[in-house]
Design a protein around this ligand. Sequence first.
Ligand SMILES: Nc1ncnc2c1ncn2[C@@H]1O[C@H](COP(=O)(O)OP(=O)(O)OP(=O)(O)O)[C@@H](O)[C@H]1O
Ligand SMILES: [Mg+2]
Length: 599
Amino acid sequence: MSTRPRDNRHPLEHRFSGEHPLRTLLYLYRGQRRQLAIASLCFVVKHSPVWLMPAITANIVDLVSRPGLHSPGELWVNALVLLVILAQNIPLHYAYARSLSRAARTTETQLRSALCRRLQHLSIGYYARQSAGVLQTKVLRDVEAVEQLTRVLFDGGLACLVNIVFALVITGLRQPWFLLYFLVTVPAAAAIVYTLRRPLAARNAAFREEIERMSTRVIEMTHLLPVTRAHGLESTALARVGESLERVQAAALHVDGINAVFGALSWATFNGFNMLCLIVSAWACLARWLPLGAGDVVLLTTYFGLITGSVLGLVGTLPQLTRGLESIRSIGEVLQCPDLEDNEDKAAVTAVEGEFSFENVSFVYPGSALAALHDFSLEVPPGETIALVGPSGAGKSTVLNLVIGFIRPTGGRILIDGRDMQAHDLRTYRRFLAVVPQESILFDGTVRDNVTYGLRGVPAEAVVAAVRDANAWDFVSQMPAGLDTPVGEKGARLSGGQKQRLAIARALIRNPRVLILDEATSALDTETEALIQEALARLMRGRTTFVVAHRLSTIRNARRIVVLDQGRLAEIGSHEHLVRSGGLYARLHSRQAGVEFTQ
Ligand SMILES: Nc1ncnc2c1ncn2[C@@H]1O[C@H](COP(=O)(O)OP(=O)(O)OP(=O)(O)O)[C@@H](O)[C@H]1O
Ligand SMILES: [Mg+2]
């Protein structure tokens, strides 16, 4: 099942570098243009009551104020128009909401899937630099912000635009001179009201920060609960949270006060300007400066309010707008990140014997001055077990990561069955590989799901056999639903030793040619330890195994032990040979002679 190269290059990823996020937004919606056009059209029509009603009101006021009304015909025409524009609002609003939602939700899903896909292709180094939390935020929150940005642009932005355009056009048609008045007063009114509202925004932001701080504290408290309770530190924990709760209260009081003052001030100013427009237009009518009727006075005042309100609405959406654009950038960082695992167009691996040759392999971590592995050469025939030992930081995990292909040599090369690893699609090679990490990684599913992760149609007998061979059957068969018992989030319902055995079962069922083992350092009781050792021995039999060994029993079972020191191969040989030669291994061994043989 070799992945086609096309699959990896999602079209979204090319559009982010150096481009304005608004253009990117347009690009993201390129497949939804039809839906968006329908949505826009429906919006303009369904929104017509807002910008037409003032004109109709003006007509009716004119009718009423005209001396000597003869026939009510005109009134009925106006009433009919009103009825029609109100009635069309319901179906068209539905059509608008549906089209917009379809466009926004489709794009949202595409973005999330593009991000998840990308995360599966980035190099392992990328995850070391980016915290899981940041990546989660990108897939969940940032995409949501983009979706909301679309809604803000339509519900808010388009409404404002339509209001302003139609209000200006109708005013222009009825009283072109009054446009001049709008030109001066609308910006002035909007600027003053905006200035009055600004402290509100700042205060609200400060308040929100306090809320966020509080939620961090509460989350921290819940995580620490077992530690807190175990040490009787309840009051300390409560004090930490309590302080934050009080700060939120203080900030809330402050913000409520500010809201009351500035909210009222801006409301009064806004309406003051409206009334000013009413007075000015009435004055212009009375003084006969402009040929204004009673209807015009109503129309101008209503449109003034509508335009000013729309301008303010537009300004009000700015924070959401910037947040949305920021999210587009943040998503772009992942989608355009060049740190991909280099697998494209490389040959697929169809079989692995398990012979490895390391030829003068060096590895320097990016940004690091010293080589984590230096001039490392080793021949490993198929089926041999190589135990890696050495002090902390010697380069043991680096060797394992090179074998998995998570990192590629910065010098020298690694041959698998005589072929350069560099020339192959590592995803296909890894199907012949099983990794048992130091910390067993289980997910929230049943025992069976965890053991057969990634494999389909595994017969029940095979699962049972693997679980048996991993010495896990004893406890699995005693679980309430056997293989179908949920293990809890991260395997929380299992003990450390049980998790390790399930991880071994997971490796066994894959029947790998190459085995990567990072032995757990955690000490287990001797009986469990013996069970795990036995299961591991079964797992390692006949497979090329690289094991970072901490346990003497594992080390004794290895035909050769590779002793690393500061990235160099210091010694190599069997346990007895190395103890006899009295080098680094002998020193490490004598220091820790016991059951455990840790670094
Ligand atoms: N992602 C990284 N970026 C930079 N340097 C790294 C990175 N990972 C490891 N190193 C460095 O490379 C060297 C070898 O690290 P490695 O993890 O291989 O040691 P190790 O033998 O597995 O140690 P331990 O027994 O403590 O797990 C160390 O000096 C370490 O600081
Ligand atoms: Mg390590």
